[in-house]
Design a protein around this ligand. Structure first.
Ligand SMILES: *Cc1c(COP(=O)(O)O)cnc(C)c1O
Length: 222
C-alpha cells in the first residue's frame, strides 16, 4: 500500500467491491463506499474527492465540525456519515452536519434525534447499530432489544434505513454479517452498513449496501 497514490488505493478498493458484488450476483451500484477519514486532515481527504469519492465517514462530531465545513464549501456534493458513538447532547449538532447517522443504538438517543430533526427540519438517514456479538464493552443495541428499539424509531418517525454492525475482533466476521442480514430482513429494513478494510469484500458478498473503509484508503492511523 505504501507508495500507492490515493487514487490508486481508491481504484483498488472499488475493484474489490466490484469483484465481491459480481461473485454474489449483485450490481456494484448496490454498494456505497464510505471513505472513513477520521484522524486524517483535509490535505489527505482532498485527493480522494478529486479522484471521485463522494461519501465520507467520521466518528466524532467535534472533529467533523472542525474539518468538513471548509471542505464542503469547495465540494458541496460530498455526503457525510457519522459512524461513531453519539451522545444525546450532540444530537442537534449531528443532525445539522451529517447526511447519515450509523450509530443509533438506544432509546434516549432516538428521542434526542427525533427532537433535533423536528427542530432543524433536517432528517439525516439513520442506521440502528446492533451489538452483533453481544460484547459487553461495545456500543450498539443488544440483539434482544432490537425489536423494541426499532418500534421506538418508527413511533418517533426516525428515518431508519437499515442496520449497522462492527463484528467482534479477531474472529471470522461472516456469521455476524449473516446474522445482521437476517435481522434486517426480519424487521423489514433494507440497508446494511457492514464491512471495514479487512473484511469489506466478505460483507459485500453477504449483502452490505454500505461499507466503511478507512485504512485501506488512507493508510494506518497513528
Ligand atoms: C474506524 C472505523 C471504520 C474503518 O476501519 P478501517 O479498518 O480503518 O477500515 C469503520 N467503521 C467504524 C465504526 C469505525 O470506527
Amino acid at each position: 500500500m505504501s507508495g500507492a497514490s490515493p487514487a490508486e488505493r481508491l481504484a483498488e478498493v472499488r475493484a474489490g467491491i466490484a469483484r465481491a458484488a459480481k461473485l454474489a450476483g449483485r450490481g456494484v451500484d448496490e454498494v456505497r463506499l464510505i471513505a472513513v477519514s477520521k484522524t486524517y486532515p483535509a490535505e489527505a481527504i482532498v485527493p480522494l474527492i478529486d479522484a471521485g469519492q463522494r461519501a465520507f465517514g467520521e466518528n466524532r462530531v467535534q472533529e467533523a465540525q472542525d474539518k468538513w465545513p471548509d471542505l464542503r464549501r469547495s465540494h458541496p456534493d460530498v455526503e457525510l456519515h457519522l459512524i461513531g458513538q453519539l451522545q444525546s447532547n450532540k444530537a442537534e449538532e449531528a443532525a445539522a452536519l451529517f447526511d447519515c447517522i450509523h450509530s443509533v443504538d438506544r432509546p434516549s438517543l432516538v428521542s434526542a434525534l427525533a427532537k433535533a430533526m423536528e427542530r432543524s427540519g433536517r432528517r439525516p438517514d439513520c442506521f440502528v447499530q446492533v451489538n452483533i456479538g453481544d460484547e459487553p464493552q461495545k456500543g450498539g443495541c443488544p440483539v434482544a432489544d432490537l425489536p423494541a428499539l426499532l418500534d421506538h424509531c418508527r413511533s418517533s418517525a426516525l428515518p431508519v434505513r437499515g442496520l449497522m454492525c462492527i463484528p467482534p475482533a479477531g474472529v471470522e466476521p461472516a456469521p455476524y454479517f449473516a446474522l445482521l442480514a437476517t435481522l434486517a430482513r426480519r424487521h423489514d429494513v433494507g440497508a446494511l452498513s457492514m464491512g471495514m478494510s479487512a473484511d469489506y469484500e466478505t460483507a459485500v458478498m453477504i449483502g452490505a449496501t454500505h461499507v466503511r473503509v478507512g485504512t485501506a484508503l488512507f493508510g494506518e492511523r497513528s
